[in-house]
Design a protein around this ligand. Structure first.
Ligand code: ZN
Length: 385
């Protein structure tokens, strides 16, 4: 007997609910939630928590000292022990400061919903809510407990949420990340680069450039040579980039500079490449006689390698095909909290959120009519995984 077409069943149930989905999105977006503003973020946390409390789930608010509170929602309908746990991961913080809404209001025009955080990633949270509705209302047999984790600081490095995310991931068999998809076709993100930042500090010796040049050690010269060296490690085809994005040093032109500093953006697609870059950075030694060198920092997020998402993507693709949705994939140059979960060794599929464009920009928007299908796909994944 063929498997029943669950994705189509979920979609059928969700399609008529699009106006409700849009109203919920509006509700989330008009409550601004900048990662750096705790009070504002907490107000948004209230609004999101209220929506989840309407469902038959356990909602826990995890209070934070310096950031908005995190929200953990647990759904397990059965009376027996669940066969495992699935984690649905996302963040409700945005990159926009309070007041952005005045210049960039929530509005719907020509099938697109605009506003700060619509695409990255409040529509993703809405889709998850309705995916849960679909699962609850159809009463299909659910094998695993589902934990939905909505954090408050992804856009500012996830410092307060990282441990929580990793702990929850380790308890899970799979992680579904509701970060935005890519492009108008809504490609999933099956690989993400690892990302980091390193600083190179150089200490030379100051001296008069005209009267006593022989006594100076030029820190800028040393730094320039080190930067030239690091730039040679770039291998765009392999996904390795080292970008010297910020540099400072020296005082006046007639002074041999004593100090110089550069900040490098580091990215790699493979864990082995990340390790190689770190090894090379740590192995840097002074070139200019008398100069001293110090390297700090490194990768903050390891790469999400494609092998960590391959099986989940294949499943998603076949479930999407049940509703004639042809699902594609891409590699993202930036990291997300999915990098953390994949690095814990837990299969992770990212980019399952909204379809749209313009994240972190004035024209951020989602394609409204894609919401029910994406929610249905998530429901199907939670049911089938
Ligand atoms: Zn995001």
């Amino acid at each position: 007997m063929p498997e029943p077409n669950f994705t189509r069943m979920f979609l059928k149930m969700l399609k008529p609910r699009l106006p409700e989905m849009l109203a919920t999105l509006r509700n989330f977006v008009v409550t601004e939630s900048p990662g750096l503003e705790k009070t504002a973020a907490n107000r948004c946390c209230d609004v999101i928590a209220e929506e989840w409390r309407k469902r038959n789930v356990r909602v826990e608010r995890l209070a934070q000292k310096h950031r908005g509170d995190h929200l953990r929602v647990t759904w397990w309908p059965g009376k027996m022990r669940p066969a495992g746990q699935l984690l649905v991961l996302g963040h409700y913080d945005t990159v926009y400061a309070t007041g952005t809404l005045a210049k960039m209001p929530f509005r719907v025009s020509a099938g697109k919903a605009y506003g700060p955080g619509t695409f990255d990633m409040k529509a993703g949270i809405v889709q998850a809510l309705f995916a849960l509705d679909a699962l609850q209302r159809t009463a299909v047999l659910q094998r695993k407990r589902v934990v939905f984790l909505w954090t408050s600081d992804e856009e500012i490095n996830s410092e307060s949420s990282r441990k929580l995310i990793e702990a929850e991931a380790r308890r899970s068999d799979a992680v579904f990340v509701l970060e935005p998809s890519f492009g108008p076709r809504g490609l999933l993100k099956t690989a993400r680069k690892g990302v980091g930042e390193a600083e190179i500090f150089v200490r030379g010796r100051a001296s008069h450039a005209g009267l006593a040049p022989q006594e100076g050690v030029n820190a800028i010269h040393e730094l320039a040579r080190q930067i030239a060296k690091t730039q040679e490690w770039n291998d765009i085809a392999r996904g390795i980039t080292i970008n010297a994005g910020h540099i400072e040093g020296g005082t006046r032109t007639n002074v041999i500079p004593e100090r110089a500093r550069a900040v490098l953006d580091l990215r790699a697609l493979r864990i082995a490449d990340m390790q190689r870059v770190m090894k090379r950075l740590r192995a840097l030694r002074p070139i200019v006689p008398g100069a001293r060198l110090e390297v700090r920092g490194g990768f903050n997020r390891a790469p999400l390698e494609r092998k960590m998402s391959a099986a989940l993507f294949a499943r998603a693709k076949s479930l999407a095909a049940q509703i004639n949705l042809s699902l594609g994939e891409c590699t993202a140059g930036g990291g997300s909290d999915g990098n953390f979960t994949a690095a814990c060794g837990v299969p992770t599929l990212d980019g399952l959120g909204a379809v749209g464009d313009g994240a972190h920009s004035a024209h951020e928007h989602i394609l409204v009519k894609t919401m029910p299908a994406r929610a249905a796909l998530l429901a199907a994944l939670l049911h089938a995984s």
